[in-house]
Write a protein that binds this ligand. Sequence first.
Ligand code: NAP
Length: 347
Amino acid sequence: MSQSLPPADSSSQLCDADLTALNTLRLPARAHRLARPSTVDELAQVLAERNPAEPLFVIGEGSNLVIGSDLPGLTLSLAIDGMVQVKEDDVHVWIAAGAGVHWDDLVAWTVTQGWQGLENLSLIPGTAGAAPFQNIGAYGVELSQVLEQVTVLDVVTARVEHFAADECEFAYRDSRFKSRDRGRYIITGIELRLRKQPRCDVRYGPLQAAFGHLPEHEVSPVAVRERVIAVRQSKLPDPAVLANAGSFFKNPVVNGAEADALKVRFPDLVAYPQPQGVKLAAGWLIEQAGWKGKCLGPVGMHSEQALVLVNHGGATSADVMALADAVRADVLEQFGVTLEQEPVLLP
Ligand code: NAP
C-alpha cells in the first residue's frame, strides 16, 4: 500500500500518534496510544496490558472512516499478515488471510491462482480484516457470498472465537461487528471459499458489456478483475492521489410505492428492485441535487462519481460533516429520501 504507516511491532506503542496516514480522507487526528500488533498473541498481550476502562478503537487502513476528533485510549491498527490455502475439494478451495492483509493483494493472489469469487471486489481499498466488518461489495457481489468464517479475539473474554458466515448477520454494507457487537470483537483473520472453475457474476452494466456475450466458462476471473480495475480507475478517485473514503452514503432502499411515485416525478430515476424494496442509486440523487463536482470549502463531491466525498486538501472533520449535512438536506428536500452515511464515524 502506498501510505506510510508506523512500524508493525507489539512492544512499541506510540503515544500521541498522528493518524493522518491511517485514514484515507486524510483528516488530521491523533491517537492517545497506537499499537500495531502483527500476530494474534501480540494482540492478546496488548489487550491484556490495557486498562479495560479505557476506550479502544480498531482501524485497518482507514479507508471507510471519518475521524471526528483525536482518539482517546488505545487505537489498534492490525498488521496480522499471511495468505494461505487451507484445504480443497473437487469444486472449491478454502483460503485464509490475516486481518492486516491489504485486501487487493488477496484478490490479486487468488485470481492469479485461477480461483474465482473475489474478482468483482478488485481494488476495494482496505484490509482483509475490515472486509467482513462492513460486508464489502461491488458489481453485484458481496463478501458474505464467499466468506466461510471470521476469526475474532473477544475483547471481553480474551478468547479466540470463530463465526461462520451465517452467524455474522451480514446485510448491505453491514454485519454484527459493525452494529450490535461493535467493539466486542476484534477480527484477526478471515477464511473464504472460492471456486476452482469460473462462474463469474457479470450482471452489472460494465461487466455485462464486456462479457455478456461469452459462455460462462470462457469468462476468466483475471479478465473480470482487469475490467473492474479499469472501470474503477476511470471513475473513482485513488485515495493516494485525492483523499476520500469511497462511497460516502449507502444506496437508500425505499418501498415500491415510494419508488413508483418518484419515478413519476423523475422518469430517469436510477432504481433497482430488491427483495426488501427498491434500491435507489445515491450517486444519481446527489448528482440531481446539484452536488456532483461541487465543493463546500476544502471538500466536495467527486466530479466523476458524486457518491464519493473528497478532501481537496486541509479539510477537518467539521468540513466533512458540513458538506455531508448539506448534501443530505438537499436530497431530502428534493426527493424525500434520507441518505445514511456509510463510513464509520470515530470516536
Ligand atoms: P454505478 O455503476 O454508477 O451504479 C450506481 C449504483 O447503482 C451502484 O451503487 C449499484 O448499487 C447500483 N447498480 C448498478 N448496476 C446495478 C445492477 N445491475 N443491479 C443492481 N444494482 C445496480 O456504481 P459505481 O459507483 O461505479 O460502483 C460500482 C460498484 O462498486 C457498485 O457495486 C458499488 O457499490 C461499488 N463501490 C463501492 C464503494 C464503497 O465504498 N462501498 C465505492 C465505490 C464503488 P450497489 O452499490 O448496491 O452495487
